[in-house]
Design a protein around this ligand. Structure first.
Ligand code: ADP
Length: 505
């Protein structure tokens, strides 16, 4: 072989050992790597297979020579040499770990005392650090004959640590902010400490997923969680408690509010239905009285019993008056139903309010006379204001107010109607009486539909409880509002305030 060229020696497929412990192939590789000039690819491949298939203590030096040679060549070759060195170093580390494993007493037990079927694992140390070894049995073929052997896989500690770290990071929401997770594999703690200068001095507050070292001889694997900041844990718990308390408080508040609203709605509904019942009976009562007196008067006239011309005239006057009252009552009821159904419409046109007031007073004079009440007009200063409004509707509102004033006035009292052009603040139309007055707490209620003051049984005045509701609706539809100034025993003044012509909707 000493006469063979290095190419010939590497070309053979038999290992050619020498007494020195270095094979002929190693020497041939060394010669090729030392020679100048580029080396063809097949020869590089021969050197690599020699290096890995029959490793010797010359391997490190061969790798150094390869590196030097590759320096003068292209990049892919340099990259390949770097990879080969990495591969060599990992195999070297694996061999060191394997040596460690083979010296363990449990390896001997497992190999030679019958336990050989069960796979097992153990930490092992070497110059490259520690690694976890997984040992199981394996069969392989050697020169065509099958033989029993074993297989050992090593996972370096940093690789295990990186995988565990990633698994924990991806499931971070399982670990609260004040805690840290630690994993122990076969009494070797991994991932601890994690948070800066923190050291797990306390025992873990929870141990999760602990298994192993049972029948299958695998290492004990434990995940533990440590509290690294008791203050933060307390703060988190306090925050959670506060949040829950606030939530419970809010729920109770909403429930109470709902209950109160339901209770109020129920009572309101009950009151409304009571008032509706009273309304029906009031309407029937209000209709019956004038119809009865009209029937009586007209029957007397029909029978010719009344011969005195003056008396006859008085009967006719009564009949006209009663029928007017009936018309006004029915008008109010019909208007109210139109308002309730949203069908009420107003025809606006420029109207002379002064003339409307004059006409209405004239219309109401007989009614006042009947009750012995003086109905007077407060003198108007300046020209009568012109507003765009539904004259008939406004007259109806005024009739309702005057009718109320007369109804509630004692005989001999005075009811005054006034009109003021308070430009630019609008127009005021008011009706004042010297009646019993209304207590302030009822100033709003009297405008509610069907609302009538006093008890149903003790009510002295006629009425059905919709007059003021209609007044309010008419005035508000004109963009105005109704004001009440009244106190018990001091009479009342109802004021219709309409916006100035320029501001009307
Ligand atoms: P009605 O007069 O048909 O009962 P209203 O809606 O016109 O209905 O009035 C509601 C209530 O307001 C009346 O029942 C009455 O008690 C009170 N009220 C209205 N006008 C006067 C007034 N000028 N003086 C005293 N009370 C009044």
């Amino acid at each position: 072989y000493l006469r063979h060229s290095p190419e010939q020696i590497l070309g053979g497929d038999r290992l050619l050992p020498a007494e020195s412990g270095i094979s002929f192939q190693d020497v041939a590789s060394c010669q090729l790597l030392n020679a100048s000039g580029p080396l063809p690819l097949p020869l590089w491949n021969k050197i690599w297979s020699q290096l890995f298939e029959s490793p010797s203590f010359a391997a490190q030096e061969l790798l150094n020579l390869a590196e030097e040679k590759a320096e003068k060549e292209d990049r892919p070759l340099q990259e390949k040499v770097r990879l080969m060195r990495q591969l060599w170093e990992s195999q070297f580390a694996a061999r060191q770990w394997l040596t460690h494993i083979r010296h363990l007493p449990q390896f001997h037990d497992w190999m030679f005392h019958g336990a050989g079927q069960t796979p097992w694992s153990e930490w092992c140390d070497g110059p490259a650090g520690s690694a976890l070894a997984f040992i199981s049995d394996a069969s392989y073929t050697n020169n065509g004959a099958s033989a029993k052997g074993y297989r050992v896989s090593f996972v370096p500690r940093p690789v295990i640590q990186a995988f565990l770290q990633r698994a924990l990071d991806e499931n971070r929401f399982f670990v609260p902010d004040y805690a840290v997770a630690g994993v122990t594999v076969g009494d070797v703690p991994l991932l601890l400490p994690v948070h800066g200068s923190w050291r797990p001095t306390d025992s873990p507050f929870v141990t999760a997923g602990s298994w192993g070292k049972g029948d299958d001889q695998r290492l004990h694997f434990t995940t533990e969680f440590y509290v690294f900041s008791r203050e933060e844990m307390l703060a988190v718990e306090q925050r959670r408690t506060r949040l829950f308390s606030a939530l419970i408080g809010a729920v109770v508040l909403v429930a109470t509010a709902g209950l109160l609203a339901a209770r109020r709605a129920f009572y309101q509904q009950q009151r409304l239905s009571e008032m509706k019942t009273n309304f029906v009976s009031s309407v029937s009562h209000e209709l019956r009285a004038p119809i009865a007196s009209m029937r009586l008067l007209s029957e007397s006239l029909e029978r010719g019993k009344i011969s005195d011309a003056g008396k006859k005239q008085e009967y006719y006057r009564f009949l006209v008056q009663e029928s007017r009252r009936l018309t006004s009552l029915i008008e109010n009821v019909l208007d109210f139903s139109r308002i309730e159904q949203g069908r009420k419409e107003y025809q606006r046109e420029p109207a002379d309010l002064d003339a409307i007031v004059e006409d209405t007073i004239k219309l109401m004079l007989p009614c006042a006379a009947e009750k012995q009440v003086e109905l007077a007009r407060h003198p108007l200063i300046g020209p009568g204001p012109l507003v765009s409004c539904d004259g008939l509707a406004l007259q109806q509102a005024l009739i309702n107010l005057i009718d109320n004033a007369i109804k509630h006035s004692p005989p001999g009292a005075k009811v005054e109607v006034g009109l003021e052009d308070g430009a630019p603040n609008g127009v005021r139309l008011w009706v004042e009486d010297q009646g019993p007055g209304i207590p302030p707490e009822e100033h709003e209620k009297i405008f509610e539909r069907f609302y009538r003051r006093g008890s149903e049984l003790r009510r002295e005045t006629q009425g059905i409880g919709i007059g003021l509701t209609i007044v309010k609706h008419i005035v508000e539809a004109h963009g105005g509002r109704v004001l009440v100034r009244s106190a018990v025993g001091q009479g009342s003044r109802f004021t219709i305030q309409l916006p100035a012509a320029s501001e009307q909707p």
